[in-house]
Design a protein around this ligand. Structure first.
Ligand code: ADP
Length: 608
């Protein structure tokens, strides 16, 4: 629960000013997005701020002109009519500038939305996998993406609105000053309590909003599970729907109770303090009327002062609502800038070749724990794979096999020990050059809602549109036969998200993913993390044979629960709770009669 303890005055004032915290950065963002539009906006805001006072002033001249004309023997009607015409022109200018403001805002909104979205995505490209797996960070990213198009401009609009109202208020104050400085004090003073109340409640809303972000995200997630194609199957068959929906409702009810409490408190105080302003207004009204009756000011001046007072109060109210909105915008922007400011570890390595290619890949005493986790996922792992060798990892689920691949591909860095390629530490390799060397498919490989060709071509962006290479890779990955049977061949749209999309079976998707790995023709390290689980044993064996026969210098790393494939590897490692339990060839491991032999016999018995 957010606490509503009274806070020290300093903190409160800081927070009241915090509302402007990001205005400068938002303004900079808007300014660099389009200088012309920002200037137009600033200019029109100025115009729209000053003109209302001018209208009130002309009003005074008109009333006084009329009164003078009624009592005069030679009335100057033309002057009064001229003034009415002038007021019409000024009013039209106000309308025009307001329209101009809204046009500039619309255009800026579109430009800014795109710009911020691109900034968010560009940043995403530089982030580490670990960032995406950190829930707090992920919160920031989701919120940043969700409100990208509206918040920066909204903050700027509100800041401008505030400036406009401040200009108006100043011009009213200047005119009111001629009546009495006290009138200015009343006008501003009556607005102050509401201002502080608004700042306080907006602050509460701000904290409430930040604190509840995980709940909101859970709601978004539930929406996805209930209403998206990949969740629907299980939701229906396991009859999860009503239960999930109830959870969705419960979250809302919980949030709503807090919202309601805050809204009621905010609005009750708003009403009470608003009464204060009304009282001040009518007090001033009485004062102005009495002064007019006593003959100290003209009827026209009275009209003007009343208009000034009323409009002044409207301007104060508009400023208050702008301020409460600015808190929310600030929250969003603090998120956005936190996200954009996320430090990206400097890429140090530059090497594109290692000194000893014959040494292949070496893990030297590598240990690893995931950020924030105390247990070691991998402990003192050492092995070597020379060019041309094949290597298999065997172990139960959660024993650390995939983690090992993540270290090899530098999605994570080891906490202890070193990984060497061609005799050079991975840290010293240029990451792009390193990744060029590796073709990898994870268990949860991507199923892109693109065409077949792009799905395969994605394996090597340089050739993403190269149909000849697609076909070659598809042949190696054994995807070619079923692709060629499809009416549109490599142009077939995959997945169900887009019109005419075709869904594949799991095994077919795996073949597509395999073909994608084979697109990387320069890669000499092929990593297959249980990629063939949904594939028939025959295809699996054929694929490995093919890959091995292609080049004698390639290294393969295979993770599989299928011993028929594993047994062919030159080197097999059994991994258990992140440690190497046994190692050797199929024959030597069988002879050892340990865990490997046990598992192998279990599976072999299944086939007898
Ligand atoms: P395997 O591939 O052998 O099934 P993994 O390498 O995926 O196993 O997982 C090894 C261990 O690391 C498991 O206990 C898992 O819970 C943990 N783990 C996997 N991914 C993460 C992660 N991103 N953050 C924290 N722990 C993880």
């Amino acid at each position: 629960m957010p606490e509503n303890k009274p806070e020290p005055a300093v903190g409160f004032v800081q927070r009241a000013l915090g509302v402007f915290g990001y205005s400068r950065r938002a303004l900079h963002l808007v300014w660099t997005t389009s200088r012309a539009l920002t200037l137009t906006l600033a200019l029109l805001t100025l115009v729209a701020g000053v003109l209302p006072a001018l209208i009130a002033y002309i009003g005074q001249l008109i009333v006084d002109g009329v009164v003078a004309a009624m009592t005069s023997t030679s009335p100057d009607t033309r002057r009064v009519l001229w003034l009415v015409g002038l007021e019409a022109i000024v009013v039209t200018s106000v309308t025009a500038s307001q329209r101009g403001i809204s046009v500039s805002q619309s255009l800026l909104r579109a430009l800014l939305g795109q710009r911020v979205n691109v900034m968010i995505l560009e940043k995403a490209l530089t982030l580490q996998l670990a960032n995406f797996e950190d829930s707090e960070f992920y919160d920031k990213l989701t919120q940043a993406r969700r409100e990208a198009s509206s918040r920066p401009l909204s903050l700027v609009t509100r800041t401008f609105g505030l400036v406009q109202n401040a200009i108006s208020l100043t011009s009213y104050a200047v005119l009111l000053y001629t009546f009495s400085p006290w009138a200015v004090v009343i006008l501003i003073g009556a607005g102050l309590p509401s201002f502080f109340a608004e700042a306080k409640f907006s602050g509460d809303a701000f904290r409430l909003f930040r604190w509840r972000s995980p709940e909101t995200r859970m709601q978004m997630y539930l929406e996805t599970v209930i209403a998206r194609e990949d969740g629907v199957k299980e939701v229906k068959l396991f009859q999860l729907g009503p239960r999930l929906l109830q959870r969705y409702r419960d979250i809302f009810s919980k949030l709503f109770i807090e919202d309601r409490r805050l809204t009621l408190r905010r609005d009750s105080w708003g009403f009470v303090l608003g009464l204060l302003s009304t009282a001040a207004f009518y007090g001033a009204y009485v004062w102005i009327v009495i002064t007019t009756i006593s003959g100290a000011i003209t009827l026209g001046a009275m009209t003007m002062y009343l208009v000034l007072f009323r409009q002044g109060q409207t301007a104060v109210a508009a400023s208050l609502s702008a301020i409460s909105g600015m808190y929310e915008d600030n929250l969003y922007l603090s998120n956005l800038y936190d996200y954009l400011g996320q430090p990206v570890p400097a890429r140090t390595g530059e090497a594109k070749h290692g000194p000893h290619p014959e040494r292949g890949l070496e893990f030297k005493d590598v240990s690893f724990n995931y950020p924030g986790s105390k247990v070691k996922t991998l402990t003192s792992i050492s092995f070597q794979i020379r060019p041309g060798e094949s290597f298999a990892l065997v172990g139960e689920n959660g024993s650390g096999k995939t983690t090992l691949i993540k270290l090899l591909t530098r999605l994570y860095d080891p906490t202890e020990g070193h990984i060497m390629l061609d005799g050079l530490d991975l840290q010293d390799w240029d990451v792009e050059a390193l990744r060029q060397r590796i073709g990898v498919i994870f268990q949860d490989f991507g199923r892109y809602q693109f065409t077949v060709g792009e799905n395969i071509g994605a394996g090597d962006v340089r050739y993403i549109d190269d149909a000849e290479r697609w076909a070659k890779a598809a042949k190696t990955g054994m995807a070619a036969p079923f692709i060629e049977e499809m009416a549109d061949g490599y142009e077939t749209q995959l997945g169900r998200w887009f019109k005419g999309g075709r869904e594949l079976s799991s095994g077919q998707w795996q073949k597509i993913a395999l073909s994608r790995a084979f697109m990387r023709s320069d890669a000499d390290i092929l990593v297959l993390d249980e990629p063939t689980a949904a594939m028939d044993a025959l295809s699996e064996a054929a694929i490995f044979d093919h890959f091995r026969s292609q080049s004698h210098n390639k290294m393969t790393i295979l993770i599989s629960h299928r011993f028929s494939t594993v047994r062919a590897a030159d080197q097999i490692i059994v991994i258990h709770h992140g440690e190497i339990l046994e190692r050797g060839t199929h024959e030597s491991l069988l002879a050892m009669n340990g865990q490997y032999a046990h598992l192998f016999k279990l599976q072999a018995r299944g086939y007898q």
